[in-house]
Ligand binder design. Structure first.
Ligand code: GLN
Length: 484
């Protein structure tokens, strides 16, 4: 049961092979038995899940089932969920029970999906290894000595370990694609504005975007059919019709023009990862795609620009956690300043503090022009690189990450090295473009991710390009030995 995709589970439920209640119980049992090894859930909502599963079974009996009715899913703990703890991986929100649902959550509820629980994540989505979580590091199901990637590392791990058929993630600089790559699953970061950010705890508002993390592109398409769309509660959500993402999955990709950015294949890329990506490109040629080399000349500026923009926005977004309105409050404050200082000092972890300090500095009078404004200009240059590229090609393909998963603890003392693990994903967030990571092999036990980047609102094409590859390869179907 646990090896079935959403598409397969949906069929089994429809044919009455098992009920959603049975399916949900099977997942809850697996979580009970196996999650201690990976630490991928912060909260398991067993009672709510069983109630939702029974409701879904009734809906099906009434002939009202859709593709996601009764399908268990895990939600990243960055999405507000009514009546359920929403911690964002932080001590600051360890006591926060959300009074409302994020739009993504309410859409899944309306579609009849069953929430199994909330997944572990880097604190406030800041990290690339899931080691900054207040709830402890998540381990990579393929190799328990390795990180799962971050910040949606819990979501990637639950999918890889078969502790949920699929999960949601968010991606500000790579947090869906990088953990998807490191855990050998399929993840999609949509175009900025495609999925509502309402009720998704903000890290860097001009970059944050939610998306699906599943085993296949087909499952990502099924989830996007639910997640995407205009939301009047999010002023940055775009009012544009949502296609049925499943209808073009089987289109031929003969004649597709693929661009390979030479900057993604240069210094810093691990040789074994490069070899796996070359094999994937050869597969695309067999499928009839044309491959050309392109250049994204400002790629090297994306990590530095991001580490001005993202901390600047986070310093503003996280100012609301002051120990007064909600969140952690220190014991016995002497006065108001002491209350602010100690509540924030105790509630936030080291990485979050580092970002708040960098961002506050970059936004301060006298430095704003030199840093924030400059970074915004670099962001424009990066967007123009992509604009020029998409005049020539349909999609851009390359590695999702420079290396496979690194060891737990390996980079925790060196933030800059950690930041570089997003070297190939961050530029698309700065430009607002959609990107995917698709399983494309292994180096030893550790998975390799192939990245596919598309033009604005071209998610259907990305899913098609990924799905075609998954019809002729089986990397996405493999399961880690300990979780088969
Ligand atoms: N790893 C990047 C960071 O630490 C991106 C995180 C994200 O996409 N949420 O900021």
């Amino acid at each position: 049961m646990q090896n079935k995709t959403i598409a397969e589970l949906s069929q089994s439920l429809q044919q009455g092979e098992f009920s959603s209640e049975e399916l949900t119980r099977a997942y809850l049992d697996r979580i009970d038995k196996l999650d201690a090894q990976v630490n991928s859930y912060i909260t398991v909502t067993a009672d709510g899940a069983l109630a939702a599963a029974r409701a879904a079974d009734e809906q099906r009996q009434a002939g009202q089932a859709g593709p996601l009715t009764g399908i268990p899913l895990a939600q990243k703990d960055i999405f507000c969920t009514e009546g359920v703890k929403t911690s964002c991986g932080s001590k600051m929100l360890d006591n926060f029970i959300s009074p409302y649902d994020a739009t993504v959550i309410s859409k899944f509820k309306q579609a009849g999906a069953v929430m199994l629980g909330k997944t572990n994540m880097d604190e406030f989505a800041m990290g690339s290894s899931n080691e900054t979580s207040f709830y402890g590091a998540v381990k990579n199901p393929w190799d328990l000595d390795a990180v799962p990637g971050g910040s949606s590392g819990g979501s990637a791990a639950v999918v890889a370990a078969r502790l949920a058929p699929a999960a949601t993630g968010t991606d500000t600089g790579g947090s869906i694609r990088q953990p998807a790559a490191l855990c050998g699953i399929t993840g999609l970061k949509p175009t900025y504005g495609r999925v509502s950010r309402y009720g998704m705890i903000a890290f860097a508002s001009s970059l944050d975007q939610a998306g699906p993390m599943a085993r296949t592109a087909e499952d990502c398409a099924l989830m996007m059919n639910v997640m995407a769309g205009f939301d009047e509660k999010d002023s940055t959500s775009v009012d544009q019709a949502v296609p049925d993402y499943t209808t073009s999955l089987n289109d031929s990709i003969a004649g597709l023009k693929i661009g390979l950015p030479k900057e993604y294949f240069s210094e810093g890329l691990d040789n074994d990862v490069a070899t796996a990506i070359e094999v994937a490109i050869a597969e695309y040629k067999k499928l009839g795609a044309e491959v050309v080399e392109i250049s994204l000349p400002n790629t090297g500026l994306s990590v530095p620009a991001y580490y001005v923009v993202a901390p600047a926005e986070c310093s503003s977004n996280l100012s609301r956690f002051d120990g007064v309105r909600f969140g952690h409050r220190c014991e016995n404050p002497k006065d108001l300043t002491d209350l602010y200082k100690r509540s924030r000092g105790e509630g936030f972890g080291a990485e979050v503090k580092r970002r708040i300090m960098i961002g506050t500095y970059a936004l301060s009078a006298g430095y704003y022009d030199a840093y924030y404004l400059k970074a915004q200009k670099v962001r424009q240059l990066i967007s123009q690189d992509f604009k020029r590229a998409f005049e020539q090609v349909d999609v851009i393909i390359g590695p999702a990450t420079p290396t496979v998963a690194f060891n737990l603890g390996e980079k925790t003392d060196d933030p800059v090295t950690m930041y570089l693990s997003d070297a190939y994903t961050i530029a698309t967030n700065l430009a607002g473009l959609p990107g995917m990571s698709v399983p494309a092999g292994f180096v030893g036990k550790r998975p390799v991710g192939l990245q596919i980047i598309g033009n604005y609102f071209d998610e259907a094409r990305l899913l098609n390009v990924a799905h075609q590859y998954q019809q002729t390869t089986d990397w996405h179907a493999q399961a880690p030995e300990a979780f088969k």
